[in-house]
Design a protein around this ligand. Structure first.
Ligand SMILES: Cc1ncc(COP(=O)(O)O)c(C=O)c1O
Length: 446
C-alpha cells in the first residue's frame, strides 16, 4: 500500500459520507443531523442519503474530465434511482443511463432532458424501444437481433434514430464473477467478430445513425489497467472502421465500473484520477492512430452514490453462541441483497455510541431478520453493541434500494435525503397495505 493510494482524494475512497461526524452525544451525524433524531422522525430501518457526497463525487468526475474537451459524464441510474435522484443528477449537469422502461419513466417524469438519456439493456422489449423512440432517447444497442427490431421500428419515422453499439471488448475486470461484463463470454454486447456485419447493416439504413461504440467491463473495479486496455480496444476498432468503411464515429462511451471503499482494506482509485486517466488515454490512443478525438461519455453509478448512503437498523435480540455472537437487526437481505448475492463486505458502527467502551467491544455478526442463514450483513464487526442500539451500515447508497425486495413480505424502508441540517423523505416507507395492494383473490376463492 503506497502513501499515494492511502490518501483520500474523493468521496468514493471514504467509507462514510463526506459529512459524517460524531457529535457531543457520541452519536453519528450525517448532513449535519443526528442520526438518532432521524430515526426518531422517520423510523427504522432507514436509508440515509447524503446529498453533499453525491455532489462532491460528481464534481470529482467533472474535474477529471476538465482537460478533455467534449465530454458528457453520465450517471448509471441502476445504482439508485428515484425522482429526487433524477432531479439531483440533472442539477449536476450529468447525462443519465437507464436500463428499463421503469427507469426511463422515472427520468422523464422528473423532467430529465431527453437528449442526455441513454437506454441500455441486453433484452429491451419492443415496448421499451418504442418508449425510447417516442421520447427521442439515444439507444445503446446490445445485439444484432435488437438491431433488427430497432431498424424495423425506426422505418416509419421521419428522423434518424441515434444509437451506439455495445461491444464485448474481451477484457476481465478484477471483481466478483457476477459483476464482470467485459469478458469474451459476457451476456452483454456484440462479439467483435460480429461487429462488421452490424456496421454494414446500419450503413444500409436511412433512419438509423451510429454515433459510436460502448462497453462496460464490470463493476467495483479497483485497478486502472483493465479500463485503459479497453480504450486501446476501442481505438483499434475506430481505426479499423475508418480504414475499412471510411467511417468516423463522433462518440465513445467507455462505461462505468469504478469501485468504492466498503471496508478499510478497499483502496479504490479516486474518481477524478480514474476519469482523468481514462480521458488522457482516449486522447493518446486516438491521436496516435490519427483519429479525431470523439465526444467522450463515462457512466459511473456506484462511485457517484455508493458512499453517500448509510443504512440505519435497530438491533433486536442478541445471541451469544460458542465462537459466534449474533446481533439481529430489523432489516437485512431484503434491503441489502449484496452480501448474500456477492459475499459483499460492509463496515458497521453503533450510531448512538460511536466510541464504545473498550472492555465491552467484541465481534458481532450482524444478521438480518430474514429466513436465510446467509442473511449476514457484516461478519464479525468489532462493536460495543447492546439491544435497542442503532446500527449504521456504511456505503449502502448503490445497489441497495435499487436491488431491494419484499422478501418475507416485509415493507421497504424509507429513504431520506439529508443536506445542511435538513432532511426530507425521497422514498416513502412502504406500508402493510402496500404489501397487499397488488394482490387479487380469484373468484373461486372468495
Ligand atoms: C452499461 C453499464 N454502465 C454503467 C454501469 C454502472 O456500473 P457501476 O455502478 O459499477 O459504475 C453498469 C452497471 O452494471 C452498466 O451495466
Amino acid at each position: 500500500m503506497t502513501a499515494e493510494k492511502t490518501k483520500i482524494e474523493s468521496p468514493n475512497q471514504n467509507i462514510m459520507p463526506v459529512t459524517a461526524t460524531i457529535n457531543e452525544h457520541n452519536h453519528l451525524t450525517v448532513g449535519g443531523i443526528d442520526v438518532v433524531d432521524l430515526v426518531q422522525e422517520f423510523g427504522s430501518p432507514l436509508w440515509i442519503v447524503c446529498e453533499e457526497t453525491i455532489r462532491q463525487s460528481a464534481e470529482a468526475v467533472k474535474l477529471g474530465l476538465s482537460n478533455y474537451g467534449q465530454a458528457l459524464p453520465c450517471y448509471a441510474g441502476k445504482a439508485f434511482l428515484c425522482l429526487a435522484l433524477v432531479k439531483l443528477i440533472a442539477d449536476l449537469d450529468f447525462g443519465l443511463d437507464v436500463v428499463s422502461e421503469g427507469e426511463l419513466f422515472t427520468a422523464l417524469k422528473a423532467g430529465f432532458p431527453a437528449e442526455k438519456i441513454f437506454l441500455h439493456g441486453n433484452n429491451k422489449s419492443e415496448r421499451e424501444l418504442k418508449m425510447a423512440l417516442n421520447a427521442s432517447i439515444k439507444i445503446v444497442v446490445d445485439n444484432e437481433s435488437e438491431l433488427a427490431t430497432l431498424i424495423a421500428l425506426a422505418k416509419p419515422l421521419r428522423r434518424k434514430v441515434e444509437i451506439l453499439l455495445r461491444i464485448i471488448p474481451g477484457i476481465e475486470l478484477d471483481t466478483h464473477d457476477h459483476i464482470k461484463t467485459g469478458h469474451d463470454k459476457s451476456k452483454f454486447g456484440i462479439p467483435l467478430d460480429q461487429l462488421d456485419a452490424a456496421i454494414e447493416l446500419i450503413a444500409s439504413q436511412k433512419n438509423v445513425e451510429l454515433l459510436g461504440l460502448h462497453a462496460h467491463i464490470g463493476s467495483q473495479g479497483m485497478e486502472l489497467d483493465p479500463f485503459l486496455e479497453s480504450v486501446d480496444v476501442f481505438a483499434d476498432l475506430y481505426a479499423n472502421l475508418k480504414d475499412k468503411y471510411n467511417l468516423t464515429l463522433p462518440h465513445l462511451d467507455v462505461g462505468g465500473g469504478l469501485g468504492i471503499a466498503y471496508i478499510a482494506d478497499d483502496r479504490p482509485l479516486a474518481l477524478q484520477s480514474w476519469a482523468r486517466a481514462l480521458s488522457v488515454k482516449v486522447k493518446e490512443a486516438f491521436s496516435s492512430r490519427n483519429l479525431p478525438i470523439p465526444e467522450l461519455s463515462i457512466e459511473p453509478g456506484r462511485a457517484i452514490v455508493g458512499t453517500s448512503g448509510v443504512t440505519i437498523y435497530q438491533s433486536g435480540h442478541l445471541k451469544e453462541l460458542p465462537g459466534i455472537n449474533y446481533l439481529a437487526v430489523d432489516g437485512g437481505m431484503a434491503d441489502n441483497p449484496r452480501p448474500i448475492t456477492y459475499q459483499a463486505k460492509y463496515t458497521a458502527a453503533v450510531a448512538n455510541r460511536m466510541v464504545g467502551e473498550s472492555d465491552k467491544i467484541k465481534p458481532w455478526s450482524i444478521v438480518g431478520r430474514y429466513c436465510e442463514s446467509g442473511d449476514i450483513i457484516v461478519e464479525e464487526a468489532e462493536l460495543d453493541a447492546r439491544k435497542g442500539d442503532l446500527i449504521a451500515v456504511f456505503a449502502t447508497g448503490a445497489y441497495n434500494y435499487s436491488m431491494s425486495s419484499n422478501y418475507n413480505r416485509t415493507a421497504r424502508p424509507a429513504c431520506v435525503l439529508v443536506k445542511n441540517g435538513r432532511a426530507e423523505i425521497i422514498v416513502e416507507r412502504e406500508t402493510l397495505k402496500d404489501l397487499v395492494s397488488h394482490d387479487r383473490i380469484p373468484s373461486w376463492l372468495t
